[in-house]
Ligand binder design. Sequence first.
Ligand SMILES: NC(=O)c1ccc[n+]([C@@H]2O[C@H](COP(=O)([O-])OP(=O)(O)OC[C@H]3O[C@@H](n4cnc5c(N)ncnc54)[C@H](OP(=O)(O)O)[C@@H]3O)[C@@H](O)[C@H]2O)c1
Length: 248
Amino acid sequence: MSQTTAMLIGASSQLSQALAQKFSEQNVELILFAQDPQSIKPFTDALTTTVTVYPLAIEQPEKIIEQINHAWKEHNGAHLVLVNTGLNGYDPQLPWQLDQDIIDVNVKGYAAICNASFRLLCEQGYGQLASINSIAGLRGGPNVAYHASKAFAQSYLEGLSMHAQRLKLPVTISDIQLGLLDKAAMQGQKFWLPPIDKVANQIIKGLKKGKRKFYVTKRWRLVAWLTKGLPEFIYNTRHWNKKAKKKK
Ligand SMILES: NC(=O)c1ccc[n+]([C@@H]2O[C@H](COP(=O)([O-])OP(=O)(O)OC[C@H]3O[C@@H](n4cnc5c(N)ncnc54)[C@H](OP(=O)(O)O)[C@@H]3O)[C@@H](O)[C@H]2O)c1
């Protein structure tokens, strides 16, 4: 591979597309995965670099492994695999279906993607596996399965990093701990949250430095530190107060 190649898994989100746009401007060849490849065609058609889009069947782990293996073979590997898939949801009735859907996407699908990508990077002998996770994984929360799934993701990546060290391979594992981001910033509606462009820039900067774990935007490092340190009775009260206020 002479040209830098990045595989972006979960390409339909706004953040993924902001990242893809920036990679494209840097002449990085893109291999994108989206649930519905056709839906992102207008976006990919406007990119200036070589881009190929593959379907993503994240709810079927065996199938996604096949899909990743196939794309890997077609493109003769990749320098970077960036995973940005995720499902979130809140229902105070705690229906099992919601938890199951979140577990399917954020745990089973996620692990299949990371497992397959890590194996391929190890076979290749170098590269970077990065994933956009969430500081929601630091503690339990009202979106029960979502918080738990993000803890799983963080731990899974840490384990892969240990394996990379054991194998003495230059395979970098990067855990991007995302705080909140403002999806509406492009329309200039929520000025207090970081705009997607700023988030994408910080992600690319952290990836280039090969950081093992970093917070985006940076201020979320402090929030994460405070969140981890809070005793449970204060942490819980904060959530209940918020919900009570919202109901009024
Ligand atoms: N948004 C935030 O404020 C925030 C904050 C902290 C952390 N995060 C984390 O950052 C990551 C991305 O967030 P985001 O806001 O960019 O999320 P998003 O807009 O909801 O996008 C999630 C991605 O996952 C894919 N996906 C979801 N369910 C899928 C399924 N069943 N099969 C295949 N693909 C599926 C989506 O593809 P389709 O569009 O094709 O369904 C999309 O590309 C997630 O891990 C999220 O937990 C987000």
